[in-house]
Design a binder for this molecule. Structure first.
Ligand code: ZN
Length: 281
């Protein structure tokens, strides 16, 4: 792990320091890299040193009878903040609503239609690009967001060009699905084997137990889950998957597993982000 960088005590903290594009530096705590806690002059100062930004993308949807509705947003934000802390790259507020249409048969799910999510991500990227951000790294916690996020990037490139934004030719967006990082998938396979399943997985639930210990009390043994199947509309999804799980056994999840998975995800994505920032093509 790299040495921690001293934060400047001036009103323009040294966050995301880098003499060359792609130079990143670990910071003391997550506060230094939270966009929400920065002032606009601090963001201007940051942009003179680093053109990268991290956007956490989650979902607010059922995660089986014992999993938190906020699982995908909690996990994406936690991974994003840890990647930000390790690299000094700014992290925007999490986009906690995602494309979860097929989970709407379960209470508590809040979904954006694909076209709405595409518009939201498009507008987020265009806002950032207007200020000079050239590398937008979206850390995603939900598989259902993938197709829409990629479509939003294509739309954002087209709009940046149409509006003749100064960064248009250099604008790059990348989607990083933390749960698909190879070291994370390998650890999940090792810990849970086939019981990892495809939704309300023990690996994502483990991460929430690490982040929010109050969720541990909700965990209990569950009956055999419905197997994974095709995904259509919400009623069909509930008919195929009556308790919301797809082949998973979240009772296998442990908070210490979650801590390990967070470490693995953050290490893999921090390295990927550094490569993304350094690439000049
Ligand atoms: Zn999930």
């Amino acid at each position: 792990m790299p040495e921690s960088a001293e934060l400047s005590t001036t009103d323009q903290p040294d966050i995301g320091l880098g003499s060359a594009p792609g130079d990143t530096v670990e910071v003391e705590g997550v506060d230094a890299i939270r966009l929400q806690l920065r002032s606009w002059p601090e963001v201007e100062a940051y942009l003179r040193r680093c053109r990268g930004v991290i956007v956490p993308l989650g979902s607010t949807e059922q995660h089986g009878p014992t999993g938190a509705i906020g699982t995908d947003a909690l996990t994406a934000e936690a991974v994003a903040l840890e990647v930000g802390r390790r690299t000094g790259v700014l992290v925007t507020p999490a986009q906690a609503f995602g494309m979860a249409e097929h989970h709407l048969g379960f209470a508590g799910t809040v979904s954006l239609q694909p076209s709405t999510l595409m518009a939201v991500l498009h507008d987020v990227v265009l806002s950032l690009a207007r200020h000079g951000f050239e590398r937008v790294y979206v850390i995603n916690g939900h598989g259902g967001n993938i197709a829409t996020a990629k479509a939003a990037f294509a739309q954002a490139y087209a709009t940046a060009t149409a509006r003749s934004l100064p960064v248009a030719s250099r604008l790059r967006c990348k989607l990083a699905n933390w749960f698909m990082a190879p070291p994370v998938m390998q650890k999940a396979r090792q810990l849970y084997g086939e019981r990892e399943g495809h939704h309300a997985t023990p690996s994502e639930i483990a991460l929430t137990l690490h982040l929010e210990p109050s969720l541990i009390a909700k965990q209990r043994p569950l009956p055999e889950p419905a197997p994974p199947g095709p995904i259509h509309g919400p009623d069909d999804f509930r008919r195929r998957h009556p308790d919301g799980r797809m082949g998973s056994d979240p009772y296998l999840a442990r908070a210490d597993h979650g801590q390990t998975l967070l470490e693995l995800a953050a290490a893999a994505l921090a390295a990927d982000l550094q490569t993304f920032l350094a690439a000049d093509d």
